[in-house]
Design a protein around this ligand. Structure first.
Ligand SMILES: [Zn+2]
Length: 69
Protein backbone atom coordinates (compact mmCIF):
# COMPACT_ATOMS: atom_id res chain seq x y z
CA UNK A 1 0.00 0.00 0.00
CA UNK A 2 1.86 3.04 -1.23
CA UNK A 3 -0.27 5.84 0.25
CA UNK A 4 0.03 4.34 3.73
CA UNK A 5 3.75 5.12 3.74
CA UNK A 6 3.10 8.82 3.24
CA UNK A 7 0.65 8.99 6.12
CA UNK A 8 2.98 7.45 8.69
CA UNK A 9 6.06 9.24 9.82
CA UNK A 10 8.42 9.00 12.72
CA UNK A 11 10.05 11.77 14.71
CA UNK A 12 13.03 11.38 16.97
CA UNK A 13 13.57 13.90 19.72
CA UNK A 14 16.49 14.22 22.07
CA UNK A 15 15.06 15.17 25.45
CA UNK A 16 18.12 15.37 27.62
CA UNK A 17 21.80 15.04 26.91
CA UNK A 18 24.74 15.07 29.27
CA UNK A 19 28.41 14.16 28.96
CA UNK A 20 29.61 10.80 30.19
CA UNK A 21 33.07 9.39 30.77
CA UNK A 22 33.15 7.24 27.66
CA UNK A 23 34.76 7.33 24.28
CA UNK A 24 33.41 6.54 20.85
CA UNK A 25 34.79 3.29 19.49
CA UNK A 26 34.58 4.62 15.96
CA UNK A 27 36.18 8.09 16.10
CA UNK A 28 37.52 8.34 19.67
CA UNK A 29 35.58 11.49 20.54
CA UNK A 30 33.66 12.09 23.76
CA UNK A 31 30.35 10.32 24.15
CA UNK A 32 27.18 11.56 25.87
CA UNK A 33 24.16 9.96 27.49
CA UNK A 34 20.94 11.03 25.80
CA UNK A 35 17.28 10.40 26.54
CA UNK A 36 15.61 9.87 23.19
CA UNK A 37 11.92 9.77 22.43
CA UNK A 38 10.51 8.37 19.21
CA UNK A 39 7.04 9.38 18.16
CA UNK A 40 5.21 7.52 15.41
CA UNK A 41 2.48 9.54 13.80
CA UNK A 42 -0.38 8.60 11.53
CA UNK A 43 -1.89 11.52 9.60
CA UNK A 44 0.13 13.82 11.89
CA UNK A 45 -1.57 12.35 14.96
CA UNK A 46 0.87 10.66 17.36
CA UNK A 47 -0.27 7.15 18.27
CA UNK A 48 2.89 5.51 19.54
CA UNK A 49 5.68 6.73 21.79
CA UNK A 50 8.85 5.07 22.85
CA UNK A 51 11.60 6.53 24.97
CA UNK A 52 14.91 5.07 25.91
CA UNK A 53 18.39 6.04 26.96
CA UNK A 54 21.40 5.78 24.72
CA UNK A 55 25.10 6.47 24.88
CA UNK A 56 25.75 8.41 21.72
CA UNK A 57 28.85 9.96 20.20
CA UNK A 58 28.56 13.74 20.04
CA UNK A 59 30.84 13.92 17.02
CA UNK A 60 29.80 11.19 14.59
CA UNK A 61 26.40 10.42 16.11
CA UNK A 62 26.85 6.67 16.34
CA UNK A 63 24.94 4.90 19.11
CA UNK A 64 27.40 3.07 21.34
CA UNK A 65 24.95 1.56 23.80
CA UNK A 66 21.21 1.66 24.39
CA UNK A 67 19.15 0.94 27.47
CA UNK A 68 15.51 -0.03 27.32
CA UNK A 69 13.38 1.90 29.77
ZN1 LIG B 1 32.17 8.91 17.13
Amino acid sequence: MVCFCFLVDQRRMTLKIRPVAAMCSRCGCAASVADIKTETRFCYVPFCWRSWRVVICTFCGSILRSYAR
